[in-house]
Design a binder for this molecule. Sequence first.
Ligand SMILES: NC(=O)c1ccc[n+]([C@@H]2O[C@H](COP(=O)([O-])OP(=O)(O)OC[C@H]3O[C@@H](n4cnc5c(N)ncnc54)[C@H](OP(=O)(O)O)[C@@H]3O)[C@@H](O)[C@H]2O)c1
Length: 323
Amino acid sequence: MNAADLAFLARAVELAERGRGTAHPNPVVGAVVVRDGEVVGEGWHSRRGEPHAEPIALAAAGARAHGATIYVSLEPCTHHGRTPPCVDACSEAGVARVVAASLDPNPEVGGGPASLAAHGIAFEVAPHDSDAAVRARRQNEAWRTWIRHGRPFVTLKCAVTLDGRVAVPGRRWVSGPESRLLVHVLRAASDAVAAGMGTVRLENPRLDARDVPVARQPRRLAFGHGPLPAGSELELRSGPLAAELAALAAEDVQSLLLEGGPTLAAAFLEAGLVDKVMLFVAPVLAGSGPLLVGPLGAPLDLTRLEARRVGADILLTAYVNEP
Ligand SMILES: NC(=O)c1ccc[n+]([C@@H]2O[C@H](COP(=O)([O-])OP(=O)(O)OC[C@H]3O[C@@H](n4cnc5c(N)ncnc54)[C@H](OP(=O)(O)O)[C@@H]3O)[C@@H](O)[C@H]2O)c1
């Protein structure tokens, strides 16, 4: 796989993003058909029940798809679902080679490489740590976890001080206005948002997405035994965490934004149910108050730590379970 292959994969990953928000509960997928180094067709999956990225890109390429390479952000499907298998579409179009940025995590749908080989089509997948591969897996991180583990992808989000505390005495907020606005963007992009009953008793949060464009409000949950404060619109989830997550997954909740506090965060971490951590680190020393997570039984290593500035804060992102 050369630099040109990786560049075409990057384009497929970029095209996939056009299905963001509408393809759900399907993954976002993009495809690029290339013949003699020239792009002859592009496509992306926009909605469940509508064609997948590959047939759209192949239709755009027409006869030029014959002998071409198709670059896809996700391995082509082999199954007869609401639409015909994409492997068949590649074969019928006379594609010579398929290059994928990521493999399908669904054991029932996978098998694309073997099926392509049976059709005499060469298949390659991007190196695991290449930029295109990492971006392709990340862009469907919620869907991949939902498919593979039958639970939502859980992002633990917290605002934290420089001394690791989640509340500042006498102040309503830990982080700045830019961070708080970004949290509303994260809520709008999540299928569900949750807090622990400890936080609900103290703050009675709404957990809805406000002051940002919202296509669909997330489901808003409180984990614990309750009771909820009068007038709260949160859904109380009182069962064991894993069972509650499985039940939510069965209702197409692929992503859960967990907004703390420390007792619930520790319970999720100890149960292995946190996939990503997002910490808004604010330039303040609280001096006292609750720490980010309650005690953990053992240290936990995270991967792919990234930092970016948000107003006066730094947003740290890292994975507990990479997609
Ligand atoms: N900076 C931030 O981003 C942020 C975010 C949220 C909260 N906070 C702060 O965090 C503090 C509150 O945190 P907290 O630790 O007291 O409360 P919490 O973590 O919000 O909630 C704890 C409650 O979660 C429920 N729960 C459900 N399943 C559980 C399980 N498996 N294990 C343990 N608990 C479970 C229990 O409710 P029941 O008692 O009903 O069973 C428990 O009392 C406040 O100071 C708040 O300001 C900060």
